[in-house]
Design a protein around this ligand. Structure first.
Ligand code: C2E
Ligand code: CA
Ligand code: CA
Length: 418
C-alpha cells in the first residue's frame, strides 16, 4: 500500500482522539489499466488525479484523503454519529463520480467501488480497519450500489478457522490440476495446481473463500506448503515414470503463491529445500503471484522474486490487468510470464475493445520479454483469436477443466491411465 506508514499513523492519531464513530472508506477506480492502454498513460495519470480532486472536494474539511494505490484512495472520516453516516459519505462519493471526468483532453467515465469500515464497530486498530474497508470494497465492486459495508460475519457463519486448520493438517484438501495448452504446438504441456476443499457439513467451499480466510488467519503458510508438497510429489512421480520408460513427458506445474506466504521469512529457502527433498529440478515449478498482491509491496516482492529466479524457478504474474501495476514496476519485476485475467479474455468475443486490450497486453508482455498465458478461454473462437494475436499459452474450460491431479497428470504425461 502506498503511504501506508503515514496513513496508519494518521488514522491512529484520529482514533486516539476520536469521539463517536471514525469511518474508513476504500475507493477503488476500476479498469484503470484499460484507460491507460486505450488512451495513453498520461490520460490514465490525469484521470486518477481528477478522481482524487473530486473525492477531496466531496469530503468535509476535517476528513483526510490518501492515495494508497494506482487508482485507490482511502478517506478517513472522524467524528461521525454512527456507521450509517459513513455510508452516506460513500454514497456521495459514488454519486459525484458518476459523470465523465476531464483527463488530459479526454473525457473518461469513472467506475468506482467504495468499501466502508467503521471504528469502533468493525475494529479499533488502523491496519485492521483498512483491511476491513478493502474487503468491503471487493463486495462493493459486485454490488449495483457500488458501495458496501464490511461484513464481519461473512466467513464466521460458514466454517471455522479450526475446520480449515484441521483439513490442512489432516491432508483432507484435494489437489486439482488444470491443463494449459502451448498455442504454437497445440500440446498440453503444463498445468496449474488448484486446491479443493470439501467441508464435512457444508460441502465444497470455493478456494476464493478458504484461501482468503487462510490469508487472514495465518494459515496461508501451511496451505502453501501443502499445495507445493502435493504438487511436487506428483511431478516427482512423473519424473520417475519417465526414467522408468513408462511415460514420455513431464509437465511444468504452476502453484499459486499468496503474498502473505511469500512474505514469510525464508520463503525462497523453503522452496529450494522442498525441491531438493522431492528431487525435482526447479524448471518444473512455476510460481504464480497475483498482480494486485505484488503491488502491495513491490520492492520486497522484487527481492524475493530475484532470489527465486536465481534458483532457476519460473514466476508468473497472475490475474494481470486487475491489479493496477504501473509500467515502471512491471519492467522491473523479474517475472518471466504474464497471465491475462479471465475477465478480459471472456469479453473478447462480445466486445472488440476487450479483444484489442488483450492484444495490447500480449504486445506489452512480449516487449518486456515475458511469455503470455490467457486465462478463462471458454470457446474455440477465443482460442483462435488468441492464436492469431501471438499469445503463447491458453488455459480455460475449452481446453480442460480442473480435475483430480492423478487424472490430469496421467493425461499430460501420456501414461496408459490417461
Ligand atoms: P486463479 O489462480 O486465477 O485460478 C484460476 C481460476 O479460474 C480457478 O478457479 C479455475 O478453476 C478458474 N477457471 C479456469 N478456467 C476457467 C474458465 O474457462 N472460465 C472460468 N469462469 N473460470 C475458469 P478456482 O479453482 O476456483 O480458484 C480460485 C482462486 O483461488 C485461484 O484463482 C487462486 O487465486 C486461488 N487458489 C486456488 N488454489 C490455491 C492454492 O493452492 N493456493 C493459493 N494460494 N491460492 C489458490
Ligand atoms: Ca493462478
Ligand atoms: Ca488467475
Amino acid at each position: 500500500m502506498l503511504n501506508q506508514v503515514a496513513l496508519f499513523e494518521s488514522l491512529r492519531g484520529m482514533l486516539a482522539s476520536a469521539e463517536g464513530t471514525t469511518g474508513v472508506l476504500m475507493l477503488r477506480t476500476q479498469r484503470l489499466r484499460e484507460v491507460s492502454l486505450l488512451l495513453g498513460y498520461d490520460v490514465g495519470e490525469a484521470f486518477v488525479d481528477a478522481v482524487h480532486a473530486v473525492v477531496q472536494d466531496a469530503v468535509r474539511a476535517c476528513d483526510q484523503v490518501w492515495r494508497v494505490g494506482e487508482g485507490e484512495f482511502v478517506a478517513l472520516l472522524p467524528g461521525l454519529r454512527d456507521r450509517n453516516h459513513a455510508a452516506l459519505a460513500a454514497a456521495k462519493l459514488v454519486r459525484v463520480l458518476q459523470h465523465p471526468l476531464e483527463a488530459a483532453g479526454q473525457r473518461v467515465l469513472p467506475v468506482v467501488a467504495v468499501g466502508i469500515a467503521a471504528a469502533p464497530d468493525d475494529a479499533t486498530d488502523a491496519p485492521t480497519l483498512c483491511r476491513c474497508a478493502d474487503l468491503a470494497c471487493d463486495d462493493a465492486g459486485l454490488s449495483s450500489e457500488r458501495f458496501a459495508f464490511y461484513q464481519s460475519q461473512r466467513f464466521a457463519s460458514t466454517f471455522s478457522h479450526g475446520d480449515l486448520a484441521d483439513a490442512i493438517a489432516g491432508n483432507r484438501l484435494e489437489l486439482f490440476l488444470q491443463p494449459i495448452a502451448d498455442l504454437a504446438s497445440g500440446r498440453l504441456d503444463r498445468c496449474e495446481a488448484l486446491a479443493r476443499w470439501t467441508h464435512p457439513e457444508l460441502g465444497s467451499i470455493s478456494p476464493d473463500i478458504f484461501v482468503r480466510v487462510a490469508e487472514q488467519t495465518g494459515l496461508i503458510g501451511e496451505l502453501t506448503r501443502w499445495s507445493l508438497n502435493v504438487t511436487l510429489r506428483h511431478v516427482a512421480e512423473a519424473i520417475e515414470s519417465r526414467a522408468a520408460g513408462t511415460t514420455q513427458r513431464v509437465p511444468m506445474v504452476s502453484v499459486n503463491i499468496a503474498i502473505p506466504a511469500l512474505q514469510q521469512v525464508g520463503f525462497s529457502e523453503q522452496i529450494v529445500d522442498m525441491l531438493r527433498f522431492w528431487n525435482v529440478p526447479p524448471e518444473y515449478l512455476l510460481l504464480e503471484i497475483t498482480e494486485g498482491g505484488l503491488m502491495a509491496d513491490p520492492a520486497y516482492c522484487e527481492r524475493v522474486m530475484q532470489q527465486l529466479r536465481g534458483h532457476g524457478l519460473g514466476i508468473a504474474i497472475d490475474d494481470f490487468g486487475t491489479g493496477y501495476s504501473s509500467m515502471a514496476y512491471l519492467r522491473r519485476l523479474p517475472a518471466n510470464e504474464l497471465k491475462i485475467d479471465k475477465s478480459f479474455v471472456q469479453d473478447m468475443g462480445k466486445d472488440p475493445r476487450a479483444a484489442k486490450l488483450v492484444g495490447s497486453m500480449i504486445d506489452v508482455s512480449h516487449h518486456l520479454g515475458m511469455a503470455v498465458v490467457a486465462e478463462g478461454v471458454e470457446d474455440a473462437e477465443t482460442l483462435s483469436a488468441l492464436q492469431a494475436m501471438g499469445c503463447d499459452h491458453a488455459q480455460g474450460y475449452h481446453i480442460g477443466r480442473p480435475a483430480p491431479a492423478a487424472q490430469v497428470m496421467a493425461a499430460l504425461t501420456g501414461s496408459a491411465a490417461g
